[in-house]
Design a protein around this ligand. Structure first.
Ligand code: FES
Ligand SMILES: [Fe+2]
Length: 333
């Protein structure tokens, strides 16, 4: 799998921080790379999930003495830097310098564990929700058999609400889309004033609302959404960070960080259940799309005026030279 540097040198989510508990080895995949993630006493680690001896998965092994990983096959032990410090079949013998695990850059932010499998060229993204007094909840992961750009495009698409999310984010006959704004701002795309009539806009909604959506596409596979009820002067009710863990070009794990200015007394599950319902509605349609890689040649699919945001997204991906998860030219051409 060829991975362009734009993706390889960026950070991607790989786990919910809460799931990487002390003493466990957590297996994940990012860009075709099997990872083992674990938490030592002095921080989190992300390694290639492959023992340098015979290639077995370290994630099937165990953590010993809080800061050593033991391979399940012949018991080689690796310290927190990934260096082999013990070969039980040959105690006392010199250990070759090459007996070490490949180590990746790892960080924790917004309740997620982030990994870069290349040399990080950018800082971890910034989610505006945490600047304010919001409740943060991680939702997901949601595994889908499609590319990350198809998933992003679905997140930007409001015209599907009355059909895919009927009774929640939309409803017939309220299908007509109003004009909205799309601007290229620096290295981002900003989408403003997209309106949707929503019978049930969020987990705590008890009456239909006309909601205004604003998006910032901040990285190829990362989008921030602000939802504002247009009839009130309240702060935006929901800020949602949608980030993707691209495993393969056509297999993606989707994560959301939800930031709310309500429901402080509610358990996380209250918000996660709503998001689960919505995403499950999206999944079948998303996985049915063909091709799974997002076609960047505009003539490859048809566009209606409300697709302005996805057309901009496709143009932008093409302009930055992205090749992962996209189809650059129509097959057979
Ligand atoms: S494969 Fe890991 S110790 Fe042999
Ligand atoms: Fe949807």
């Amino acid at each position: 799998m060829v991975i362009d540097p734009i993706i390889k040198e960026d950070w991607h989510p790989v786990a919910n921080s809460k799931d990487v508990k002390l003493g466990i080895l957590y297996a994940a995949n990012l860009l075709g790379e099997d990872l083992v993630i674990w938490r030592g006493e002095d921080g989190i680690r992300a390694w290639r999930d492959q023992c340098p001896h015979r290639g077995s998965k370290l994630s099937l092994g165990e953590i010993r003495d809080c800061d050593k990983v033991v391979c399940p096959y012949h018991g080689w032990q690796f310290d927190s830097e990934g260096i082999c410090v013990e070969m039980p079949a040959h105690p006392g013998r010199d250990i070759p310098a090459r007996a070490r695990v490949t180590v990746f850059s790892v960080a924790e932010k917004y309740g997620l564990v982030w990994v870069c499998v290349g040399t990080p060229k950018r800082d971890l993204l910034h989610f505006h929700g945490v600047d304010q007094d919001y409740k943060l909840v991680v939702s997901g992961p949601y595994d889908i058999e499609t590319s990350a750009p198809r998933a992003v495009e679905n997140f930007l698409d409001l015209a599907h609400f009355p059909f895919v999310h009927s009774g929640y984010l939309g409803e017939e006959p309220f299908t007509q889309m109003e004009e909205y704004e799309v601007d290229f701002v620096g290295e981002e795309i900003h989408i403003n004033n997209a309106k949707a009539y929503q019978p049930r806009a969020n987990a705590s909604s008890d009456a239909p609302l006309k909601v205004t959506y604003s998006y910032k596409i901040i990285r190829p596979f990362s989008v921030m959404l602000t939802k504002e009820p247009s009839t009130s002067d309240l702060k935006p009710s929901d800020l949602i960070l949608m980030v993707n863990q691209p495993m393969y070009e056509d297999r993606t794990r989707v994560w959301f960080v939800l930031a709310m200015n309500y429901g402080f007394d509610k358990p996380d599950k209250y918000f996660q259940d709503f998001q689960d319902t919505i995403f499950l509605q999206d999944k079948a349609v998303l996985e049915s799309q063909s091709p799974k890689l997002l076609p960047l040649e505009l003539a490859a699919e048809l566009h209606q005026p409300s697709d302005k945001s996805s057309v901009a997204y496709r143009k932008w991906l093409k302009s930055i030279g992205l090749s992962f998860g996209v189809q650059l030219c129509q097959e057979g051409r």
